[in-house]
Design a protein around this ligand. Structure first.
Ligand code: PLP
Length: 404
């Protein structure tokens, strides 16, 4: 059970006003707000344990290193990884996908090979592959999206062939809210011996994820979308694959021995973590994951699903409302258009009422093209949102409609 009023008190920003109106924050898919414990963890790390990690023999450096490495253990446990060596800290999902595309392509992809992505990917699971495809000559194949906003699974099956070397797919769409059948995708790809990478940016904050049970070969997510700080994220990779992949960046930390003739690389996961890491970010991310686990992902999923159903009920009562994405398997994201009102006009006017939503293409332009729309208004929910806030959104939309 979620005690939403108690939870809201943990988030100082939720008490503020915007344009003299109480803030209604419905832009959680872009970034989540931070509980006081995460803010305190950042402050505490800088006040008491700040020192560069891994290279120091002095007390503070060792303490900071221990805390960062404990954070790695926390992440490993949170997503059910096989070992801590499989957890690479990055700046976020975008950097995780760039690391993966660059290193995987160098190790495994050549001209004539194919990588399957889908028509509902965020640009960060499209463009890194395009960059590497131009370098190595492999092809991108795209799973089409149906009118309901689901992956066309028959088309997916027919795309799998001996040239396919990787499937890279989002777990949850940041636009449609669709929860993709990721277990099924993984088991079908694996039956052809093809590894699967999952963009978990929109799933990890809302659904209990166990990478081993899912069988995911790679899994990426961002700290700031799960109540942690900005600038920290994770790439999980199966050890056996990571060991065969070359480093992404060169510099300090990622080496064992450097000479001008030959350099050898560090072991996992450090081989992929060049330079001073955001150790404060990883420490505070661990605090965020503890916070989420204390509330409980089952309780979060259930509450957010109720909130989403309530919102869908309220919004569909509004004449002229068009919901973009109608999958039965959905997470806490609703994209919509109302009559002929441009999404940015709707977003700007809702903002004046204190309601923060996101508008535009949501970094998914190919999906917008597929749906034949320039963009959407997107309301995205967290366990700290309330039904009363959804009533405010719905009344706000009615009010904006009245102005046109
Ligand atoms: N993938 C998905 C599905 C997303 O929703 C986002 C962010 O909105 C990203 C990737 C990129 O995340 P970040 O900007 O934190 O790197």
């Amino acid at each position: 059970m979620i005690d939403v009023e108690r939870i809201r008190r943990d988030f100082p920003i939720l008490g503020r006003e915007v344009y003299g109106k109480p803030l209604v924050y419905l832009d959680n898919a872009a970034t989540t707000q931070k509980p006081q414990c995460v803010i305190d963890a950042i402050s505490e790390a800088y006040c008491n344990v700040n020192a560069n990690v891994h290279r120091g023999i002095h007390f503070l450096s060792q303490q900071a290193t221990d805390m960062m490495e404990a954070a790695r253990d926390k992440v490993s446990q949170f997503i059910g990884a096989g070992s801590r060596e499989e957890i690479i800290f990055t700046r976020g999902t975008t950097e995780s996908m760039n690391l993966l595309a660059s290193s995987f392509a160098q190790a495994f992809l050549k001209e004539g090979d194919e990588v399957i992505i889908s028509g509902m990917e965020h640009h960060s699971n499209i463009v890194p592959w395009q960059i590497q495809a131009a370098r190595y000559g492999f092809k991108l194949r795209i799973i089409p999206v149906t009118d309901r906003g689901e992956l066309d699974m028959d088309a997916f099956r027919s795309l799998l062939n001996p040239k396919t070397k990787l499937v890279s797919i989002t777990h949850v769409s940041n636009v449609l809210g669709t929860v993709n059948p990721i277990s099924e995708i993984i088991s079908q790809a694996h039956s052809h011996g093809i590894p699967v990478a999952v963009d978990g940016a929109q799933s990890v904050p809302h659904i209990k994820v166990n990478v081993k049970e899912l069988g995911a070969d790679f899994y990426a997510f961002s700290g700031h979308k799960i109540y942690g700080p900005t600038g920290i994220g994770v790439l999980y990779g199966r050890k056996e694959l990571l060991e065969k992949m070359p480093p992404y960046q060169g510099g300090g930390e990622m080496i064992k021995r450097v000479t001008f003739e030959k350099t050898t690389y560090n072991e996992l996961p450090y081989k992929f973590e060049a330079g001073t890491p955001d150790y404060v970010g990883s420490i505070a991310l661990a605090t965020a994951l503890d916070y989420v686990q204390e509330i409980g992902l089952d309780a979060i999923a259930q509450y957010e699903s109720e909130l989403c159903d309530y919102a869908l009920g309220k919004l569909t009562e509004i004449p002229g409302m068009r919901i973009i994405g109608n999958s039965d398997h959905r997470s806490a994201v609703i994209s919509f258009l109302v009559g002929n009102i441009h999404p940015s006009d709707m977003g700007t006017l809702l903002d004046r009422l204190g309601i923060a939503v996101r508008t535009g293409h949501h970094c998914a332009e190919p999906l917008m093209d597929r749906m034949g729309i320039p963009g959407t208004v997107r309301a995205s929910f967290s366990f700290y949102n309330t039904k009363a806030e959804i009533d405010t959104l719905s009344a706000g939309i009615e009010r904006v409609k009245g102005m046109f």
